[in-house]
Each structure stands twice: as structure tokens, then as C-alpha cells.
Design a protein around this ligand. Sequence first.
Ligand code: XIL
Length: 296
Amino acid sequence: MQSGLLNDTRYRTTTAREFNYLTAEYEMKWGAIEATRGDNNFAAGDDIVSFAASQGMDVKGHTLLWHQSVPSWVSALSAADLRDALAAHIRAVAGHFRGRVHAWDVVNEAVSDDGAGLRDTLFRQKLGDGYIAEAFRLAREADPSALLFYNDYGGEGSGAKSDRIYDLLRNLLAAGVPVDGVGLQMHVSANNRPSDAAIAANMRRLADLGLRIHISEMDVKVNGVAGSVDQKLEAQKSAYKSVVAICVAEPRCEAVTFWGVSDAHTWLTGETPLLFDAQYAPKPAYTGVLDALRRR
Ligand code: XIL
């Protein structure tokens, strides 16, 4: 959800009609909230929470700790000061939305793309690998009722990154860190995505750790698909249908979130990756999702 689009009637009515769980696309990121140290601006995030409440929808907060959208002042801090600032940030933000969000993406994208280990972020460099556990503990303290998620991309199927994400979560849980679930972002391409079998098996092993699973940011790029526009849209439909069906079949998979509503507003410019076209008409992908939800 983008709060700035709530004044757009087609965006608002489509969102209200079709969905029951909203994630803030950028409004709750550190850089959006605290551009000036100590001066937290919650207005845009509050708009999303109010809209959701008015429609009886749940909200997932996104995200307390990410290596992107970090305020510029953060990079100059000493290790000790960074630890204080991060703790203050998590306490302030999770505290502000306490009781009003169903879940939080506490830590986002902390595993390196090659799957060799943790991503070498500012936080890891200055605070050490324990920063992830610290963040979850702070979040639990600040909002004991929110479900706490680790969220990442590129670990949906099999491979080194998927294995590292699994190891990270297993180790956190073994250490008693309060992690309730894992978000599989699912930014995929219609012609290039993990196999259904790999996604299902990965969900199962994560579920076996006791975690809840969300597909958290799904969109499906089409430009790599050869052929006509219709062929691209059919391939996209097939990807959406298959992936949503895997979630429906997995008892611990509780939600599917799409990274936007219509192709008019997407971070993947020109890829027409979403369920509704730029005029808010449902695409074949939309029918595919419905088919999967109805197990057809
Ligand atoms: C993206 C948003 O869609 C953009 O509007 C913003 O400028 C940058 O971030 N993984 C995530 C999301 O967890 O927060 C990112 O969202 C997309 C990749």
C-alpha cells in the first residue's frame, strides 16, 4: 500500500474491495520516519493504519531494520551511538504502532545474495552479527502482541541463499530469539522462478521450525517471456496461480501479499507485474489467484 494513493478513488476502492491485509510500501521505513534524528514522523504510516482499520483489515509493519532507506545521519554514528539509535528507533516505531499492527517485518534482507553468510551491512559491521537477535528482542518488548517476521528475497526455492536464511532462522530460534514467521518476498519473473516443488519444500522445512509463512511482496515480471502480450499475461497468470496454490496447500502459509495493486503504480516500471492493469481492470493473473484460492 502507498498512502499517497489513498486519494485516488480507483486505488482506494480496489484495495478496499479485494484485500484484507496491507503492508506499507515505504511509509514505515526508518528513512521515511526519522529523516532528522529524534524527530519521528508517523503521519503516512498512521494514514495506512487508519484506512485499514476503517475497512476491517490487518496491517503488517514494514520494516524496522533494513540496509536501505536508512536516514543519512545514521552512517556517521559510532558503534555505541548506532546501537542506541537503533534501539530508540525500534522502541519508538514499534511502540507507536503497538496494538495496531498484526505483524512486523523486523529485519529485512539480512542474508547476502550469494548465500555465503550475512549481508555486510552497516549494522553488521558496527554491531556484529548479533544485531539481528537484538532487533527481534527489542521489537517483542515494544509490541508484545505483534507477530515478528524475518523477511527476504531470493530464498523462496532451493539454493545457497535459501539455505542461509533457513540456518539463520533455525539458529535464532535455538537461541530463544522471538521470531514468529518468515516472509518470502516472491519478486519473480514469469519465465524464471523457483520450481513449484522447491518452493513447497522450502516452505515445509521453514514450517517445521515452527514458523508462520507469508508470501510477502509478490509480483511477477513479464518482459522476459517471448511472444505476444497475451502470452506474457498467460505466463504471468500461471506463475501467480501456482505460487498462491502452494501457499494454500501449506498449512503454515497464512498470507499472500502483492507488492502493489495495479500496474499504474509499481516499483518494477514497465514490467506490468501486478494483478490489475493500469486502468484497474483485473488481469488474467487475478483470475489465476482466484483459481488458486478456490483450489480450482
Ligand atoms: C521498495 C518500494 O516498492 C519502493 O517504492 C521503494 O522506493 C524502495 O523499496 N524489498 C522490500 C521492499 O522489502 O521494501 C522494497 O520496496 C522492494 C524490495
